[in-house]
Design a protein around this ligand. Structure first.
Ligand SMILES: [Zn+2]
Length: 317
């Protein structure tokens, strides 16, 4: 599984960075779009993503730099030939946003939009499932408008079957492996019961990715996301501007680093950079500031069209 950054700038695009969007890319080729700033459909194309395989769209909040690309992105999906329903979830107001764009332009989507407006303070209730088995859970975080962090969770998978262990234990009828795989014990010829745990590896740890919207306080979700593989959070400002950041409901690199430390996250990717950090020197300063307060967390700063792996074994890639 891989996360691709489609836009990493705060507020407005710069020459090198578009406004916010991310794609979670799954091994089967499907992907989720998290936020959809203006011109996200261009970045989707540049990233080699196929609009038709988008499985769901998640919006963190309705500030323009996170959602003004939606009317165009949905049309790109339509033009790609989609006819099945598509799930779109985000804070209240999402329906009005699309009505405002599509009403006056007499636009109709050729596929049913399964539009979900979240309650004001969502606490992680998972969305209804889509074709991709991963779960999406919204948690309220503090910003100037209703805003969420999306916790994306892999389903629990069974451990790997080791037929050689079954043979060594005395299982001769290998058709029994299927029953063991389904979690049933089987009886060996010598009368002993062989359990799944004896012949299968322990189940792998499900991967979890947390993508936060703009925020100056996301601490309420710490108990729910402890130990995440990857957390994405904004640092619109450098460390010395905490007062200003809080005034606008944003984070500094230090605030974001402290959050990653409290989560005991494996990795932190800092994004949503303010315009003055786009000169090529700022991002490293933000990275260093965040890293200074979260020892043990791998800290990176996102660039547009840059991807990061979230490996199945929890290691680094
Ligand atoms: Zn915002």
């Amino acid at each position: 599984m891989q996360l691709t950054f489609l836009g990493t700038s705060a507020g407005q695009p710069t020459r090198d960075r578009n406004v916010t969007a991310q794609a979670l890319r799954f091994d089967d080729g499907s992907w989720w779009l998290v936020d959809c700033g203006e011109a996200t459909q261009h970045r989707v194309r540049d990233a080699g993503l196929r609009a038709i395989t988008c499985d769901r769209i998640l919006i963190t909040h309705l500030h323009g730099d996170h959602c003004w690309g939606l009317p165009g992105m949905l049309m790109a999906i339509a033009i790609a030939g989609r006819t099945e329903p598509l799930q779109l979830a985000g804070p209240r107001g999402l329906a009005r946003l699309l009505d405002g764009a599509y009403g006056p332009t007499a636009t109709e989507l050729p596929f049913p939009l399964d539009l979900i407006e979240l309650p004001d303070e969502p606490r992680g209730e998972p969305l209804a499932g889509t074709a991709t088995a991963w779960r999406a859970r919204p948690f309220a975080i503090h910003h100037r408008v209703p805003c969420v962090a999306w916790l994306c969770e892999e389903p629990q998978r069974p451990g790997r079957m080791r037929p050689e262990r079954a043979r060594a234990a005395g299982l001769t009828d290998l058709r029994m492996l299927g029953r063991l795989q389904r979690g049933e014990s089987v009886l060996l010829a010598n009368g002993r019961s062989l359990t799944p745990a004896e012949v299968m590896d322990p189940p792998p740890r499900p991967r979890r990715v947390l993508v936060c919207g703009d925020t100056d306080d996301a601490d309420a979700l710490i108990p729910h996301a402890r130990g995440v593989d990857l957390v994405v959070r904004e640092a619109t400002y450098a460390g010395e501007h905490e007062e200003k950041a809080r005034q606008w409901g944003h984070s500094t690199a230090l605030m974001t680093g402290r959050f990653a430390a409290a989560l005991a996250a494996r990795r932190l990717v800092v994004t949503h950079l303010g315009g003055r950090h786009s000169d090529g020197t700022g991002p490293e300063q933000l990275r260093a500031e965040a890293a200074s307060v979260c020892p043990g967390v791998d800290v990176l700063v996102a660039d547009d069209l840059w991807s990061i792996d979230v490996p199945a074994d929890g290691g680094t890639a």
